[in-house]
Design a binder for this molecule. Structure first.
Ligand code: HGY
Ligand code: MN
Ligand code: MN
Length: 416
């Protein structure tokens, strides 16, 4: 394929302005965003994105999971489109760039192609995947998982949030349940630009992460059941303390992850205690174990050791446990041709780059199962993400988007 011209660059100011305008929707309390999936704020962000895409002459399609597709025609309408995108939903205390950079970076490519009057053979489709974060409705990467045929749509519709609201009902409520069957769309390739969400690129002073792999992930939802009783009058030997159990499992997960350094990670970020009263021994605790590793065998071994450890803790404390796997994908190796297009683009544009494995999960990890897929990382300040203080520089955003531009246009084949 003919590589795009040296001079192809996106409009850095316009990209940055669009990021700042989107960040005004669902503002957090500390400078970031709270635009959780299928909330009114998510609906507002979707409408703004739709208005920008339609102003750029794109035609919208929405599938039954609410994922948004905006198509720029190619010269060959039958050629498989090149997809580009990420997610607009955020964590409850999320940053302005996680996911959003990849969606608005895709739109910036379209806007730049129009500025330059460039046509491509293959259509290009900009995508906003529903519920990448998985914080309001578990699991993460829900819509892309259904699209890839790895998660059942009805099961997805029945996922409920902490207030018992159903995913399927909320999708209808905000008016974004589309008509398209999920997964019907076929892709020539999918590219996702994302912030690294880790410290490597910034620490090494490197502009671009050429993402070769994504680590595997397991989310285990654990329910520990003890017995509510008075914190003052219940003798210590008679207590069945689910809260103590959760504390010991938290330590266990950390210790097991530390056994597989430097790559494995493990933590518990979601914890609910019932009845959560200051003077009642916790009768029930519900929490989610998040373990990850680039090595499938390690991930499975950690899973087994954690389940065994929970059983031992329950026996000692005379409490019971239920463990449900609510999220999982195996480690991912991205498509070599697409990864090469990313690496060659960084070279051509003169940006420093290095291979990198993604610590976070992304929609690309699922889409890689149904289409050739690759990711591009840009650095983020202190490697911080899933924190309202998440920050990137305009230069990093532009460099990442320039590389995305070249990789997408090379794959979509410039015609004129
Ligand atoms: O959990 C993840 O890795 C992603 O940020 N949803
Ligand atoms: Mn993300
Ligand atoms: Mn995220």
């Amino acid at each position: 394929m003919a590589a795009p011209g040296e001079n192809l660059r996106i409009n850095s100011d316009r990209l940055w302005d669009s990021l700042m305008d989107m960040a005004k929707i669902g503002p957090g309390i500390a400078g970031g965003n709270n635009r959780q999936t299928l909330t009114d704020e998510d609906g507002e962000g979707r409408k703004l994105f739709q208005s920008w895409c339609e102003a750029a002459g794109l035609t919208m399609g929405v599938d039954e999971m609410g994922t948004m597709f905006f198509r720029r025609e190619g010269t060959d309408p039958n050629a498989l489109p090149v997809y580009v995108g990420s997610h607009l939903d955020t964590q409850p205390t999320g940053g302005k760039y996680d996911g959003v950079l990849g969606v608005l970076g895709g739109l910036e490519i379209i806007r730049s192609l129009d500025d330059l009057g460039i046509r491509t053979k293959h259509p290009i489709v900009v995508t906003n995947w529903t519920n990448e974060e998985g914080t309001r409705f578990v699991p993460a990467m829900l819509a892309s998982g259904v699209f890839a045929g790895m998660l059942e749509q009805d099961w997805a519709y029945d996922r409920t949030d902490a207030k018992g609201k159903r995913f399927g009902d909320e999708l209808v409520r905000i008016g974004w349940k589309g008509e398209e069957p999920v997964g019907a769309r076929k892709m020539k390739a999918f590219f996702e630009l994302h912030i690294e969400q880790g410290p490597i690129l910034e620490d090494e002073g490197i502009d671009i992460g050429v993402v070769t792999h994504g680590q595997g992930l397991k989310w285990l939802q654990v329910t520990l059941t003890g017995k509510e009783s008075h914190t003052g009058s219940t003798p210590m030997p008679k207590r069945r303390n689910a809260g103590l159990g959760m504390a010991r499992v938290t330590e266990l997960v950390h210790e097991i992850a530390m056994d597989y350094q430097p790559d494995a990670v493990g933590a518990i970020g979601h914890m609910d205690v019932y009845p959560n009263s200051r003077n009642i021994i916790a009768g029930r605790c519900v929490f989610t174990v998040d373990i990850r590793s680039p090595d499938k065998e390690v991930l499975d071994e950690m899973d087994a050791r954690i389940r065994d450890g929970i059983a031992t803790i329950c026996e000692t404390l005379e409490i019971s446990a239920a463990v449900e796997q609510v999220g999982h994908f195996d480690p991912v190796a991205f498509d070599e041709t697409c990864v090469k297009a990313v690496r060659d683009a960084a070279d051509r544009l003169g940006y420093s780059h290095r291979n990198i494995v993604s610590g976070a999960g992304h929609d690309a990890c699922w889409i890689n199962r149904v289409a050739p897929t690759a990711m591009i990382f840009c650095p983020c300040v202190d490697g911080l993400s899933h924190n309202e203080a998440e920050e990137i520089s305009k230069e990093w955003a532009s460099a990442g988007c320039d590389v995305l531009f070249h990789a997408v246009v090379e794959t979509a084949e410039i015609v004129s």
